[in-house]
Design a protein around this ligand. Sequence first.
Ligand SMILES: [Zn+2]
Length: 64
Amino acid sequence: MTKVTLDLTCSVCGQHQFHLPVKAQEGANVCCANCTAFKCKTWDLEKALTAIQRRQATLSSIAA
Ligand SMILES: [Zn+2]
């Protein structure tokens, strides 16, 4: 698992850090890094990460 900060809010404790699975055998569940509540599946997370990456690409193109 790897710990990351996302544009997602834990529905239990309200913070933004989550553990992500990095290996297939860790499954597809994303859980809160603080209270370990299950937040979502990586299917939803991929949409969130895509949005983050798109925004970062936009920012870097503005800076360039
Ligand atoms: Zn939480």
